[in-house]
Design a protein around this ligand. Structure first.
Ligand SMILES: [Zn+2]
Length: 253
């Protein structure tokens, strides 16, 4: 049986939901990844992680329909990028959860594939947790990769259409990668000091358009990507995610 709700009949869903403990909602974006990767990259990678962890932990998890467009204002000057507002994202998530509560599901994980969604998802899970009395958490799956593994990335500025993301794409869904066109980011200096977002550290929040930071839309150096590195990272994500979800299931709200 497929672990995705949308692939089931209503009768199959009824049976599955009797055993399922947590609904996973993959959240992506539809945004530029330079020449290196396709617009649906963040969505597809979040969907694949959701599917793999649900297969690994069968029958505890069910993959609910994805949210394909995220908060990507900063990419909007690149053709094809789309964005929704934080308010829209919150409304959609709340409606997904109300729908599934009708079928007896009260426990959810928002599995996010796009860093730009993080501040909104943080607010949303707080509202839902306290207003709806459901068990909910959210994570950017990339945050479950250890520092030790991250240190294999030598680029100072990475995290978008870089060797890390391209490697994960090669492993999880090679259709997201344009292997013959891979190129390093054409990086620009940050316009204002202390607003740098490098190796996970940022001291002052300052929204920039992406082309102010990289003229070709990419960070890091995607030419260093490999399927093996992608496999290594996703193995780590799945192992850590399983540990988290086991505790999450046992935690009583
Ligand atoms: Zn991405």
């Amino acid at each position: 049986m497929d672990v995705r709700l949308s692939k089931m009949t209503t009768f199959e869903a009824k049976n599955a939901l009797e055993e399922v403990k947590v609904g996973i909602i993959p959240i992506g974006s539809t945004e530029q990844h330079g020449r290196n990767m396709t617009l649906e990259t963040d969505l597809r990678l979040a969907e694949e992680v959701a599917k793999l962890i649900s297969e690994k932990m069968r029958p505890d998890l069910i993959v609910l329909p994805s949210i394909p467009v995220g908060i990507s204002y900063h990419h909007m000057n690149f053709p094809g990028s789309m964005t929704i507002s934080p308010a829209t994202l919150q409304l959609v998530i709340v409606d997904y959860i109300k729908s599934m509560q009708r079928h007896g599901l009260n426990s959810f994980i928002l599995l996010n594939g796009h860093g730009g969604n993080q501040p909104t998802l943080s607010s949303v899970v707080n509202v839902i947790r306290y207003e709806f009395k459901v068990k909910i958490s959210s994570l950017l799956y990339l945050n479950l990769i250890s520092n030790e593994t991250r240190n294999q990335v030598t680029s100072e500025r990475y995290g978008h259409a870089c060797e890390m993301e391209t490697s994960i794409g090669l492993f999880l869904d090679p259709t997201t990668v344009r292997e013959s066109e891979l190129e390093a980011g054409e990086l620009k200096e940050y316009p204002i000091q202390f607003t740098e977002h490098e190796r996970g550290n940022r001291r002052v929040e300052m929204p920039y358009f992406w082309e102010e930071l990289s003229s070709n839309g990419a960070f890091g150096d995607a030419t260093k990507a490999s399927r093996e590195f992608g496999y290594q990272m996703i193995e780590e994500v799945l192992n850590n995610l399983e540990i988290f979800i086991k505790d999450f299931i046992n935690y009583k709200v």
